[in-house]
Design a protein around this ligand. Structure first.
Ligand code: FAD
Ligand code: NAG
Ligand code: NAG
Length: 619
């Protein structure tokens, strides 16, 4: 129950903690059981068939799928600890609490030239999960597969086997759809490990839907036939708790005798003999270990740490490796092609305060602890709309509607986690504390750029594996990116003027109520105001991808081939968000799961989705 006291404190709780902890104690006394598998394995065998590096979204899926075959031995190594040690991870509403905590790598970007200008030293915060489940243990749980043209584009550009038709069965394989109206859809999966449920909760969802319908965006299953349109959120939540891939895939598999999972194991190098990978070395409790892979090493350490690890091991851009004094094993464009989604968030006021955006309270806390329901049981990102320009195959913009009440505590959290310039931070805190009128409801709309043309890089700052890598997303470098974001703002103003929005007096927050220097000095709403705001406060959607780009084996911009093998190296693959040739049209967790599912088949040379393909062939 200690952990729930922590939970209460981190939720910004100021009510009598004693009463609550008593309730919590009773709850845990009755319901909780300690799980002997929580801490994983303590020591490794000297060799395994497969070594998987990083137990994040992809690593948990891959380790589970490979170890379904009892003759195959698998080692899964994770730098972070157990997700079960941190009760906040389970609570869908509390995801923000996890940033900058011990389960976050808490990276910062390199100083940006055209973005992040309102941040400390022009560096934006980049959270990444450092715990079993990886970023899937700290994310917002939205389930979006992307657009069929994303995958068809990959295939057209040389990623043979990755067209929409070919990847759809792998999305379906993972899934256990809990939304009744989709249960008979051929696009959706039943009986897989990953629950997907409806994420609409407050009456605001109706307002959003009506507004978008007025503008011509009809309701769609964005994970079905048509992505574009208004899509009530689908999310990996069940029983009021987070279902990361650690929970959905790995936990039920963790006692398999042929699978070892070692946590707090920081992999420092991929070992090679000439151009053949033989194993990895890792550090646990300050002791260095070396383990051999008799078949393959598979990297699933994510889009930031895969390139770091490859470069530390001599696989990367030759010039850069030479500067770092690292012997070159293979000259490959590792760490190039970094892509991320960014957003401009706008606060809206609900003057009727009738729509009931989420606000935690003593009652909701108790409701959650006892029934796992109510406000804390949902992320409250209630819907997305995918907007397509006439001349494009896939949507250019995603709006996500976030029904959460503006509140001094909440603003304080946002301020803390965004790495704001300290001068701005203090002024902002003061202004918000004064100006927040809790009698007025609020919600947020996030205007997300889906297909950035800017490209960034991951590089090493030194040959020390414990130094964080240099992350340069190069945000807004390409002028088209700003144009698309501004177009999104125009659409947002149209949403503000719909009958549905006007019925609750919903309008964008008057910026004079906010403290967003230097943009406050500009007329609102004007193009220059939004341009200023974009440069200073546009923010990551936490979707870095594509740093170990997939392509044909003779594609000089590619790091892995369509079998996910690192080009020119034997016995080494990469199988997570870093192989995406381009960032997909939507949130990146579901596509990462798909990649890991398909990787398992590629590695084992099996076709586990034959039966699904029969159904999806003509979709
Ligand atoms: C705050 C936040 C909110 C998000 N919200 C959503 C959302 O709502 N919907 C959505 O679809 N996506 C969301 N995302 C993105 C999504 O979670 C990621 O795209 C996805 O988790 C990436 O999976 P991955 O397997 O590539 O990497 P990760 O899940 O990051 O896994 C990498 C793992 O490798 C480990 N590791 C790294 N280096 C080493 C090393 N040297 N040795 C050992 N282990 C190592 C890490 O600790 C980590 O566990 C969000 C992300 C964040 C951070
Ligand atoms: C580890 O080694 C022991 C002893 O050789 C063996 O019995 C066991 O199967 C191995 N486990 C794995 C997962 O490789
Ligand atoms: C809002 O909509 C009305 C009609 O519904 C229109 O007359 C008016 O010009 C619109 N205002 C803006 C700012 O778009």
């Amino acid at each position: 129950y200690r952990i729930d006291v922590v939970l209460l404190q981190t939720m910004g709780w100021r009510w009598p903690v004693l009463t609550v902890s008593c309730a919590v104690f009773i709850y845990y006394y009755i319901y909780s059981r300690s799980d002997p598998r929580v801490s994983g394995h303590v020591s490794a065998n000297s060799s395994y068939d497969y070594i998987i590096v990083g137990a994040g979204t992809a690593g948990c899926v891959l380790a589970t799928r490979l170890s379904e075959y009892p003759d195959i031995s698998v080692l899964l190594l994770e730098a972070g600890g157990s997700e079960e040690d941190n009760p906040v991870i389970r609570v869908p509403f509390a995801a923000l609490e996890l940033q900058n905590s011990e389960v976050d790598w808490a990276y910062r970007t390199e100083p940006q030239q055209k973005a992040c200008l309102g941040m400390d030293k022009q560096r934006c915060a980049w959270p990444r999960g450092k715990v079993l489940g990886g970023s899937g243990s700290i994310n917002n749980l939205i389930y979006v597969r992307g657009n069929r043209h994303d995958y068809d584009g990959w295939a057209r550009e040389g990623c043979e086997g990755w067209s929409y038709k070919e990847v759809l069965p792998y999305f379906i394989k993972s899934e256990d759809i809990q939304i009744p109206e989709f249960r008979n859809s051929a696009y959706r999966g039943k009986g897989g490990p990953l629950p997907v449920k409806d994420g609409t909760v407050t009456p605001l969802a109706d307002i959003y839907r009506q507004a978008m319908e007025e503008l011509g965006y009809t309701v769609t299953d964005c994970n079905g036939r048509t992505q574009t349109g208004y899509c009530p959120t689908q999310e990996n939540v069940m029983g009021g708790e987070r279902w990361s891939t650690a929970r959905a895939f790995l936990r039920p598999a963790m006692n398999r005798p042929n699978l070892h999972v070692i946590m707090n194991a920081h992999v420092t190098k991929i070992l090679t003999d000439e151009k053949t990978v033989t194993g990895v070395s890792f550090i646990k409790d300050n002791i260095k270990h070396t383990v051999r892979a008799t078949k393959e090493v598979v990297l699933t350490a994510g889009a930031i740490n895969n390139p770091q690890l490859l470069m530390l091991s001599g696989i990367g851009p030759k010039k850069h490796l030479q500067q770092m004094n690292i012997p070159v094993v293979a000259d490959l464009p590792v760490g190039d092609n970094l892509q991320d989604h960014i957003l401009m968030g706008v606060t809206f006021n609900d003057r009727t305060n009738s729509a009931g955006a989420a606000l935690p309270s003593l009652a909701t806390m108790l409701q959650y602890l006892i029934f796992r329901s109510g406000t804390l049981s949902e992320p409250h990102l209630e819907a997305s709309v995918f907007i397509k320009d006439d001349d494009s195959q896939f949507p250019s913009t995603q709006f996500t509607f976030y029904s959460i009440q503006n509140h001094p505590e909440l603003i304080d959290k946002f301020i803390k986690l965004t790495n704001l310039d300290p001068k701005i931070r203090d002024g902002m805190r003061e202004r918000f504390q004064k100006s927040i009128n809790t009698d007025i409801g609020t919600f947020f709309i996030e205007n997300i750029l889906l297909h950035p043309k800017s490209r960034g890089t991951i590089r090493l700052q030194s040959a020390d594996p414990f130094d964080p890598p240099l992350i340069d997303p190069n945000y807004l470098d390409h002028p088209d990116d700003a144009k698309v974001l501004l177009k999104g703002i125009d659409t947002m103003m149209k949403i503000a003027n719909t009958t549905a929005f006007r019925s609750i007096g919903a309008s964008p927050n008057d910026p004079s109520d906010e403290y967003l220097p230097p943009c406050n000095e500009l007329p609102f709403p004007s193009k220059e105001y939004w341009v200023c705001r974009m440069a200073h406060y546009a923010y990551t959607v936490y979707h870095p991808t594509s740093t170990c780009k997939m392509g044909a084996a003779n594609d000089v911009t590619a790091v892995v081939d369509p079998q996910l093998r690192v080009i020119g190296i034997k016995n080494l693959r990469v199988a997570d968000a870093s192989v995406m040739r381009n960032i997909p049209s939507g949130n990146t967790n579901a596509p990462t799961i798909m990649i890991a599912e398909k990787a398992a088949d590629l590695i084992l040379g099996v076709d586990s989705v034959k039966h699904i393909r029969k159904v999806t062939e003509n979709l």
